[in-house]
Design a protein around this ligand. Structure first.
Ligand code: PHE
Length: 467
């Protein structure tokens, strides 16, 4: 007898889990920096146009593929009668696998910092860069390196938490955790927002984020915003297909897509209004940055200068931790769904074994940051063959190549092979009304593939990172 597929227990549970996947490190440490670089309000406006036009149709497509096929991402295309697209499924699956290797390790560093602010904020403040490097196994003064045991141990704990939740199942684990984690995240976000904008000088940052300086917008900004939207909404990575496959037939997917995208964007925008004003008030506008270096190093200066900084610092890393946990869980679920369904492996040992493998590969990522000179190989037309650090090479491979190709394959599949009409049949099931079919169809067939192809071409030919 075939096993009954897991399903979400409630609509809210699904929406929170999908939003939990989308709301991740990308929203909180990448978005504010990008918005700042893109001129504040002008970038926000651009982003608010891109999400409904590009992000929403792409997400709706992935959810629809999932629900129609009732399958993991690898088998989904075949189940819908288009076996020749199975490579798209494999690619998405592989992206999820590779990203989880490093995302989970970064999650471990975040966990470390949440603890650090609670127990040794002075050490962080005294030498933010030295503290971060020490975590990664490197002393910038003497040049000594060592195995970054602490970072690895925290990554192991982080993955163990994810595994524990996933083992409890879709309803009993993932849904339950998100139902607590997401509201907690919103509360922390609001507290930090109030703290940040009420700092003396914070309003400067708010004004900047609302200013419409279009001179800072360029083609490059447009591409940055586009790729940020894809990453932030967890597209091209098996997640929304998998989460969509646990949806009951009667669910209104367009409405859910809207809600998920609104939540994700709201969190990103609020994070922008937390980070930028806080940095303006403490370090000045030059202090705004993005990515790990910014979040782990520069922000120490912000919290040190902020009244109640230790408490708010702890809360900030806790916020990051929840965001990272719910995203990593979705990634691992996307991988596990395939392994358990296709190979008939049972959930618990699969999850544990998988997390162990992810941890081990991720060790190379963490170790290559500073401790050991591990390198990868890279190619783009601007720089030819290069040998970036192993961790960077991994990120280039996923962000610049695999995600765009998987996303492109997915929208070409929906737009041209399976057809938007078939997708619409699925969307309409259970009597759901969807009035924007013509627009959706146009976007999926023409606008999305063009946008993704341009992102891909630019990173391949110019070698620039858009992330
Ligand atoms: N959307 C997440 C973020 O913004 C990243 C992520 C991508 C998570 C894909 C899961 C899957 O950080």
């Amino acid at each position: 007898m075939e096993k009954q597929r897991a399903q979400w227990g409630s609509k809210l549970g699904f929406i929170l889990a999908a939003a939990g996947s989308a709301v991740g490190l990308g929203n909180i440490w990448k978005f504010p920096g990008k918005a700042f670089e893109g001129g504040g309000g002008a970038f926000l406006l651009l982003y608010l146009i891109i999400v409904p036009l590009i992000g929403m149709p792409a997400m709706l497509s992935e959810l629809t593929i999932g629900r129609a096929s009732q399958s993991n991402v690898v088998d989904a295309f075949g189940k819908l009668g288009h076996k020749k697209y199975t490579w798209v499924g494999w690619l998405s699956w592989l992206v999820a696998f590779l990203i989880t290797c490093y995302y989970s390790h970064v999650g471990g560093w975040v966990l470390r910092y949440a603890v650090s602010y609670a127990t040794q904020s002075r050490a962080v403040y005294a030498d933010p860069l030295g503290y971060f490097y020490a975590l990664l196994g490197f002393d910038p003064v003497s040049g000594a390196t060592w195995l970054p045991v602490t970072a690895l141990a925290f990554a192991a704990v982080f993955l163990a938490i994810c595994a524990f939740i996933i083992i409890q199942g879709v309803q009993g684990g993932i849904e339950k955790f998100n139902k607590i984690g997401m509201p907690a995240l919103f509360v922390m976000l609001l507290i930090l927002l109030v703290r940040s904008v009420t700092l003396p000088g914070g309003m400067e940052g708010v004004r900047y984020m609302l200013s419409l300086d279009f001179s800072k917008l360029s083609f490059h900004t447009l591409l940055t915003a586009l790729s940020q939207a894809f990453y932030s909404l967890s597209l091209g990575m098996a997640i929304m297909v998998t989460y969509g496959s646990y949806l009951p037939e009667t669910e209104d997917m367009p409405k859910n897509t809207l809600l998920i995208c609104v939540m994700d964007t709201l969190v990103a925008v609020i994070a922008g209004f937390i980070v930028v004003p806080a940095v303006f008030a403490t370090l000045g506008p030059d202090g705004v940055g993005k990515g790990g270096g910014f979040a782990f190093v520069s922000l120490a200066g912000v919290f040190e200068r902020m009244p109640g900084g230790v408490l708010f610092g702890m809360m900030f890393y806790l916020l990051l931790l929840f965001a990272a946990l719910t995203s990593t869980i979705s990634l691992i679920e996307g991988i596990v769904a395939f392994l358990t369904e296709r190979l008939n492996w049972s959930r618990t040992p699969t999850t544990i074994g998988l997390c162990a493998v992810l941890f081990l590969i991720g060790c190379l990522y963490t170790c290559s940051q500073a401790a050991f000179p591990l390198h990868g190989v890279w190619f783009d037309f601007a720089n030819g063959v290069t040998f970036p650090g192993f961790g960077d090479a991994m990120e280039f491979l996923t962000d610049r190549v695999m995600i765009p190709i998987a996303a492109l394959g997915t929208c070409i599949f929906v737009g041209w092979s399976w057809t938007p009409e078939k997708a619409a049949e699925e969307i309409h099931r259970g009597g759901v009304r969807f009035g924007l079919l013509k627009l959706y169809s146009f976007l999926v067939r023409f606008v999305l593939p063009a946008a993704i192809a341009v992102i891909f071409a630019v990173s391949l030919f110019t070698g620039t990172t858009l992330s």
